[in-house]
Design a protein around this ligand. Structure first.
Ligand code: GBH
Length: 489
């Protein structure tokens, strides 16, 4: 449809998907309602010091009871696709295999949500796992137990039985890096374990779960759109002429990005990663989990790769001694998420930061997308989607909950430009999802950090579209990024 773009405005390709994202535990609440049982996040939130001020997801945004209104809100904001996750602990609450393990009320909730979305012309974009493992399974070893991958595959089938007639886009996992290394090595996320070996085992079993679920869903319906979402960082050496700094950047790249992209797209773990693990005495234990055929399963062809991008980082082997432990804000001690990056330090480089302390580095997004296109997804014919990008700022709301978040609006503007750059240079990016649709439970930070383009008043549960949300609705409506200043205030 024609749109009178001003000179200098950036058009996106026809059919570009403009979406918003959330995750079950962060918004649903109703954590022990209608048969849902503890996930690892319910249990972790009860650990003293794990989440700031003891916040938890018991009520969250009460989305479980307000999903119809939230869908209508999205329609009013011209959101074309809604990326949400299903809660395993709502659907198979006790982690029990077979029909007896299914909680129909949990499936019914998602079925209503999907109907509401389709009713309003919003594409349902379903993620099967956004970190809320049933606690019953953690008690059997969680993601360090290979059986969890099989149970995940069965759970994927259960969700497909209920929703597969209407949901066509399926993401297996959100950010397996966080679900393994932040959760089982750093201990900053549930279940809070602090072991490099456990993080490595979890990473392999998450990848295996992904590959098995892709095969299962593909065999049920060859027309499904299947993918995974990974979080990417751009690690730059503080001094590109310093071999130690270059090696530090290589390690971070291997241990966040390539540990997942290489098995998925190339069917092999990176050789340099295995060498670094070997030097730490971790390689044999890790490889003991990798059985014949696993990498073939993990590299099952996918249709779409979801890219979550928040920030980059400058790293060094030398100075200053700032520990890589920024993943948890709380008094409960955490360790580095990296199994083989002792002595690697993040250096501030004077870029502006968000309320999370993360650098605003939009050109990192351009680089991530172009690198994926050139070395991973392009050769495999896989479409790219930015499935999360966004920021927390210290919002100031007036008495009517209005937030004039020009800082957040500017963050989105520069990142959409960076994505547009990548598209112009050949990256096959088909869509973008703002993180997040609404303020929500920000994991170890509880409700202290707000990422929404919609404000949530946690006393009244009222939703108020922020200035950034009104601006985003215009971008979505026009498929165009106006020159800054032309945006509605
Ligand atoms: C996403 O993960 C999640 O998918 C989403 O649930 C969450 O709400 C959202 O981001 C906002 O946090 O602290 O310097 O070590 C975030 C991915 C990757 C971002 C690692 C922070 C570590 C930075 N994260 N990164 S540091």
């Amino acid at each position: 449809t024609a749109h009178d773009a001003s000179p200098g405005a950036l058009r996106f390709p026809d059919g570009f998907v403009w979406g918003a994202a959330t995750a079950a535990y962060q918004i649903e609440g109703a954590a022990h309602v209608d048969g849902r049982r503890d996930s690892i996040w319910d249990a972790f939130a009860r650990v003293p010091g794990a989440v700031i001020d003891g916040h938890d997801g018991e009520v969250a945004c009460d989305h479980y009871n307000r999903s119809a209104d939230d869908v209508e809100l999205m329609r009013s904001m011209n959101i074309g696709a809604y990326r949400f996750s299903t809660s395993w602990a709502r659907i198979r609450p006790d982690g029990v295999s077979g029909r007896a393990g299914i909680n129909q009320a949990g499936l019914d909730f998602y079925s209503r949500l999907v109907d509401d979305l389709l009713d309003k012309g919003i594409l349902p974009w379903l993620t099967l796992y956004h970190w809320d493992l049933p606690q019953a399974l953690e008690e059997k070893g969680g993601w360090t137990n290979r059986d969890t991958a099989d149970l995940f595959t069965e759970y994927a089938g259960t969700v497909h039985d209920a929703l597969g007639d209407r949901v066509k886009v399926w993401t297996t996992l959100n950010e397996p890096w966080c679900a393994s290394f932040v959760s089982y090595t750093a201990g900053a996320h549930a279940p809070g374990r602090q072991s490099p070996a456990d993080g490595l085992a979890a990473a392999h079993h998450l990848l295996l779960a992904h590959g098995q679920a892709v095969r299962e869903l593909r065999s049920r319906d060859a027309s499904l759109d299947l993918g995974i979402t990974l979080n990417f960082t751009v690690a730059d050496p503080v001094d590109p002429a310093d071999a130690g700094d270059v090696d530090a950047a290589r390690r971070i790249d291997a241990q966040i990005n390539r540990v997942f992209t290489d098995p998925i797209f190339k069917g092999a773990y990176p050789v340099d990663l295995l060498e670094d693990l070997e030097a730490e005495g971790l390689a044999d234990g890790f490889l003991a989990h990798v059985r014949d055929g696993d990498l073939e399963t993990i590299s099952a062809p996918i249709d779409a790769l979801g890219v979550n991008y928040y920030h980059g980082e400058a790293v060094s082997r030398t100075a200053p001694p700032a520990a890589l432990d920024g993943v948890a804000p709380t008094e409960r001690p955490t360790r580095s998420p990296y199994p083989a990056a002792d002595g690697v330090h993040v250096h501030p480089r004077g870029l502006p930061t968000t309320a999370m302390g993360w650098e605003v580095q939009p050109e990192g997004l351009t680089r991530v997308l172009l690198r994926l296109q050139e070395h991973y997804t392009g050769p495999a014919g896989v479409r790219l989607y930015v499935t999360e990008n966004g920021c927390a700022y210290d919002d100031v709301a007036d008495a009517d909950d209005h937030v004039d978040d020009q800082d957040r609006l500017a963050f989105y503007d520069v990142h959409l430009r960076a994505m547009h750059d990548a598209i112009e240079q050949g990256a096959d990016v088909r869509g973008y999802f703002a993180w997040s649709l609404m303020d929500n439970f920000e994991w170890a930070w509880g409700y202290h950090k707000r990422f929404g383009i919609v404000r949530v008043n946690y006393e009244t549960q009222s939703r108020t579209v922020k200035a950034s949300g009104r601006w985003y609705a215009e971008v979505a409506r026009t498929n165009t990024l106006e020159t800054r200043g032309a945006a509605p205030a």
